[in-house]
Design a binder for this molecule. Sequence first.
Ligand code: FES
Length: 128
Amino acid sequence: MPTIEIEDFGAVEADHGTRLVNAIRASEADIGHRCGGQAKCTTCRVRFSEGEPENMTRAEYEKLDQTDALGDYRLSCQITVDRPMTVTPLMLAEEMGWDDPGPAPAAEVEPEAQWRDRADLEAETEAA
Ligand code: FES
């Protein structure tokens, strides 16, 4: 069971395949997920210090590309735990002044995940 270190909030253990946003929610961190884990709001954004996966869902890539955020952060609702990770959640409900972080994300990645290597997604986007 990989360990997820969350800066300023300690560590949690998460089963393989757990959505990263849900692993973080199991800690004290009130990470945002205002769209309920649909790759629409970007409030589940995290910065990786260790363990960043190379692959991405198409939905994450398109959202980050559309908002000029590729390389700045990742969407934790679009990542599943498959290794030890160290992350910093960048939008916390309390810091943002929200009453709550958002609707609970489902257990499975939504929209249905199409996992791709990031370099392939970049090449396809440039060719389009
Ligand atoms: S993009 Fe909204 S919860 Fe991840």
